[in-house]
Design a protein around this ligand. Sequence first.
Ligand code: FES
Length: 302
Amino acid sequence: MNVTITARTTVATGVVALTLKSADDLPPWRPGAHVDVTLPNGLTRQYSLCGDPADQEWRIAVLLEPSSRGGSSWIHSEALEGTTLTVSEPRNLFDLVAAERYVFVAGGVGITPILPMIAEAERSSIPWTLWYGGRSRSTMAFTDDLEALGDRVHLVPGDTGGRIPVAEVLGTPEAGTAVYCCGPAPMVEAVEDACRAWEPGALHVERFVADTPRDGDAFEVHCAVSGVDVRVEEGVSVLDALLEAGVEADYSCTQGFCGTCETRVVEGVPDHRDDYLDHSAPVDTMMICVSRSRCGRLVLDL
Ligand code: FES
């Protein structure tokens, strides 16, 4: 589905919000939903919808990643008003469940899926509190709107307020309360630790999908089907090295979350860096867009 950017606003240092409209009716969505945005450069990125589900327009907010590989940097430099983008139907892996009250914990641009959740809680007159952290106030988006909601909102800029006192905020489990956390991995892990004593299912988390670092030593890949050998240098993904060598491989997100590039490993030990596979048990496949190797040579079923 194609949408057009009808407004673009800088909502914090390094964060732009885009309003998206379609000539056709946009599909419905619920708080916590995201859409895949396919950019003209072929990359696909996921962004939470952060506007009002009742509106016939969507809003996303995009943080400029310092190590962007063409996703957020393209949006920041090229996605101007009037630009057309291709988007997926909304999908929701972070749905707002019914609860007697909510505790929301957000870090940085992780505030985006939380905004419609707060609006929904307000509409339903369900009590809530928000703890929202960021590097500094200027990097935290939508702070004025949030502060207007009163003392249920706790803003914690890192440079003046330190860190969200997660253990204190979540130290005592409360029956009927649902906790929603979206932010960088260390914040999510701290919240998970603090909620160990809570009822199963009380905590709902969503981690950032950031551009995955490709650091790590170079290694060799042998393609068992085509017979092609490639060297994967540091800073280059297996996928890019294979495509460069003319090997056909499917891919979409290039960030390790969609599963399109899943490839069977015939020999060798991958260094898994994806967010798609369940790594609690051994797997014989790898996501070649982000994962690397723990040994000098991998043999892949390609
Ligand atoms: Fe999406 Fe690799 S292309 S997981």
